[in-house]
Design a protein around this ligand. Structure first.
Ligand SMILES: Cc1cc2nc3c(=O)[nH]c(=O)nc-3n(C[C@H](O)[C@H](O)[C@H](O)COP(=O)(O)O)c2cc1C
Length: 136
């Protein structure tokens, strides 16, 4: 399962490549009204993935906002139980990289075996994404 949040489409593009490469289902975290400041849980459409229990591996894709994961992904990890799952975070940033974003998500989450994951830039191409997946 690939769960992602994307404001301007870059993370969505990478998430779709990963889902196609890994043969995984996709779940988009969506906002009722796109915003980057003052975002609360009420601004999100749903944080519940259908059939969440059946997935062993969850990729989590998010843009970097001010050096950390975009707020909607922060809410997603706080609201879901990752016990028994492998978690593979991947971030998309324009220049600064993943930083401590994945560590913060891991500390906020209930359970899960969190792998190092990936850090991509907004212009990362399909071949580079698939090569990174193969090295996982
Ligand atoms: C509020 C906000 C804060 C951002 N902060 C950073 C940052 O700290 N470092 C960085 O490299 N890019 C930063 N960016 C750029 C995004 O990470 C980048 O444009 C990303 O590709 C957006 O992904 P999306 O198209 O899936 O929304 C920020 C973007 C926004 C909207």
């Amino acid at each position: 399962m690939v769960v992602y949040y994307s404001l301007s489409g870059n993370t969505a593009k990478v998430a779709k490549e990963i889902a196609a490469g890994a043969g995984a289902d996709l779940f988009a975290i969506e906002m009722k009204r796109p915003a980057v400041e003052g975002v609360t849980r009420d601004d999100l459409v749903s944080l519940q993935v259908p059939d969440w229990e059946k997935y062993d591996t969850v990729y989590l894709g998010y843009p970097i906002w001010s050096h950390f994961a975009a707020v909607p992904m922060q809410y997603f990890v706080e609201d879901n139980d990752f016990t028994g799952k492998r978690v593979v975070p991947f971030s998309i940033s324009s220049s600064t990289g993943a930083g401590q974003s994945a560590a913060r998500l891991r500390h906020s989450a209930k359970g899960g075996k969190w792998l190092k994951g990936f850090s991509f830039f907004a212009d990362t191409g399909r071949d580079e994404i698939l090569a990174a997946l193969r090295k996982e």
